[in-house]
Design a binder for this molecule. Structure first.
Ligand SMILES: CC(C)(COP(=O)(O)OP(=O)(O)OC[C@H]1O[C@@H](n2cnc3c(N)ncnc32)[C@H](O)[C@@H]1OP(=O)(O)O)[C@@H](O)C(=O)NCCC(=O)NCCS
Length: 175
């Protein structure tokens, strides 16, 4: 076993989520996220009640809550789908929240485990998996490349300042 578990995030996890997003290493990429658990519960209300296409997960490593992942069908968000140009793909984002676990090679293992155990299972029709880090986030791009993702289009989502690079891997890599 790889030591990872993924469980659905609940309202009780909001204090941990805002702490993880507020950590120094995460702030450049998650600076616009809610800063209190109550604001986060409001912000993520539709994800928490299951009415959003986006699902939130807590990542556990050897039984310890250590970060989060979210996934969604690219096609669920018109603006994103138009930019990514891969409407059948499944998309995901991720964060190692605990500072002592960053920069130790855990991220690529987490991404690989999530693709293999969650995306393959829950998106049986998706031919590809995509993640689109900020183009400045070299560590995240490298982590994806180590899992077999390749860099493609640069896109400019309306809500963010810097472009993102669409990184894609075929599902077959994880089956
Ligand atoms: C992105 C993240 C998951 C990567 O996981 P990690 O365990 O910290 O990453 P690693 O230590 O395995 O490093 C990944 C690779 O990036 C390289 N790297 C690290 N910093 C780098 C930099 N500034 N430029 C280029 N490469 C860098 C590492 O050397 C390693 O490659 P190598 O094994 O070939 O040497 C983690 O750092 C994180 O959660 N960061 C904050 C949130 C975030 O950025 N999320 C992604 C949003 S898309």
């Amino acid at each position: 076993m790889d030591g990872f578990d993924f469980r659905r995030l609940t309202g009780d996890d909001m204090p941990a989520l805002v702490t993880w997003m507020a950590a120094e290493h995460a702030q450049p990429w998650f600076g616009d996220e809610p800063r209190t658990a109550e604001l986060a519960r409001q912000h993520y209300a539709r994800e928490l009640d299951g009415s959003s296409a986006t699902r939130l997960w807590v990542v556990l490593l050897d039984g310890r809550d250590m970060g989060f992942v979210q996934d969604y069908p690219v096609a669920a968000y018109d603006d994103y789908a138009v930019r990514v140009q891969d409407p059948h793909a499944a998309a995901f984002d991720y964060l190692i929240g605990e500072p002592d676990l960053v920069g130790r090679g855990i991220g690529p293992r987490m991404i690989e485990a999530f693709c293999r155990r969650v995306l393959v299972r829950d998106y049986p029709e998706a031919p590809r998996f995509v993640a689109s880090p900020d183009v400045r986030n070299r560590r995240s791009i490298r982590a994806l490349e180590k899992c077999g993702f390749t860099q493609g289009l640069w896109i400019q989502p309306e809500s963010v300042t810097y472009p993102e690079v669409v990184c894609t891997a075929p599902r077959s890599l994880f089956e």
